[in-house]
Ligand binder design. Structure first.
Ligand code: 5GP
Ligand code: ZN
Length: 112
């Protein structure tokens, strides 16, 4: 996707410090953090959202990477939240599948 900001981050066109990267996934800090820890974990491959993912291995790659990041950031003790906003009513604003990893404060429930 030529005009996708997260594709540009993933392929290095927009220089970004990756907290984590492997063959399939990269993770980096959210530009507008909603918690002391706010990391985005994304597949390098473009999917408009999770509803368009057919291969369950993609979920394994994404969630597996997110758990590794959570461990590397030492979040075992206090906990964290993983969120995937999907579509308009789900609050998705960037149309490239991404997982939010949020931590470092008490997170309210239910979400807004
Ligand atoms: P969504 O609302 O789609 O679930 O989440 C999109 C997230 O991407 C938002 O939290 C927003 O702050 C973040 N974001 C949007 N553009 C950029 C960017 O260029 N760089 C980074 N690091 N985060 C971005
Ligand atoms: Zn993309």
């Amino acid at each position: 996707m030529d005009d996708c900001i997260f594709c540009k981050i993933a392929n290095g066109e927009i220089p970004t410090d990756f907290i984590y990267s492997d063959e399939n996934v990269v993770a980096f800090k959210d530009l507008n953090p909603q918690a002391p820890v706010h990391v985005l974990v994304i597949p390098k491959k473009h999917y408009k959202s999770g509803i368009f993912v057919d291969d369950p291995a993609v979920w394994g790659q994404l969630m597996g990477a997110a758990v590794k990041v959570a461990r590397e950031l030492g979040l075992e003790q206090d906990g964290y939240r993983m969120v995937i906003n999907t579509g308009e009513q789900g609050g998705q604003t960037v149309p490239h599948l991404h997982l939010h990893l949020l931590a470092g404060r008490n997170l309210g429930w239910p979400p807004g």
